[in-house]
Design a protein around this ligand. Structure first.
Ligand SMILES: Nc1nc2c(ncn2[C@@H]2O[C@H](COP(=O)(O)OP(=O)(O)OP(=O)(O)O)[C@@H](O)[C@H]2O)c(=O)[nH]1
Ligand SMILES: [Mg+2]
Length: 190
């Protein structure tokens, strides 16, 4: 699939005013794992706001792609310094979004290649499996580990998730090796 256009549509603070007209591809994962960067990399433009500090994305952000579907950038979970209250608010927002949107065609669950999945990552995976939502796991920041060790890290993540290594795609916004493969997955999900 070619990305012909990408436009910011809106930021939603609640589910009241979210669009309900087109298919959606959602991006979830821990705060700072690289969701917004991943979106920018797939779109080849800096449209989603990124930051070196966790908690950048606080709302549900919709981007209209090719005038035909949305990328949905969600706040990250597990950002403790946001304060318990905020963390709970965001967790509820993410959960409510995943439960209520009928247009989600695929969810990308992002984990950092260097870290063993957290309890929240495992809960998210269980939730996605249980609700039978189509998902793909991306191991981000793979440029941060030696090329020869990528497979070892992927195996550790797969073991923690109790899945096969084939279900995890390593990705780097610097190298963008799997970009075409991921865009194909998105196209086939519609
Ligand atoms: N080296 C490297 N850095 C990355 C990669 N992907 C993301 N980053 C960096 O990780 C940091 C966090 O990226 P974001 O895209 O803002 O992360 P996020 O998951 O959207 O974070 P929240 O919005 O806070 O949940 C930024 O400093 C990015 O430059 C990658 O593939 N390689
Ligand atoms: Mg973000």
């Amino acid at each position: 699939m070619k990305i012909k256009s990408a436009k910011f549509k809106l930021s939603a603070v609640s589910l009241k005013n979210i669009p309900n007209d087109l298919p959606e591809i959602a991006f979830v994962g821990r705060s700072n794992v690289g969701k917004s960067s991943f979106i920018n990399s797939l779109l080849s433009q800096k449209i989603a706001r990124t930051s070196t500090t966790p908690g950048r994305t606080r709302l549900i952000n919709y981007f209209l792609i090719n005038e035909s579907f949305y990328f949905v950038d969600l706040p990250g979970y597990g950002f403790h310094s946001a304060g318990k209250q905020n963390e709970k608010l965001w967790a509820t927002l993410i959960e409510d979004y995943l439960n209520s949107s009928n247009n989600i065609k695929r969810i990308f669950l992002l984990v950092d290649i260097r870290h063993i999945p957290t309890e929240q990552d495992k809960q998210m995976l269980m939730y996605l499996s249980y609700t039978a939502k189509p998902f793909t796991i991306i191991a981000t920041k793979c440029d941060k580990v030696a090329k020869s060790k990528v497979n070892i890290y992927i195996k550790k993540i797969a073991d923690a998730f109790c899945i096969t290594t084939a279900s995890i795609i390593p990705y780097s916004i610097q190298k963008q090796g799997a970009r075409e493969q991921i865009l194909d997955i998105i196209e086939k999900s519609m």
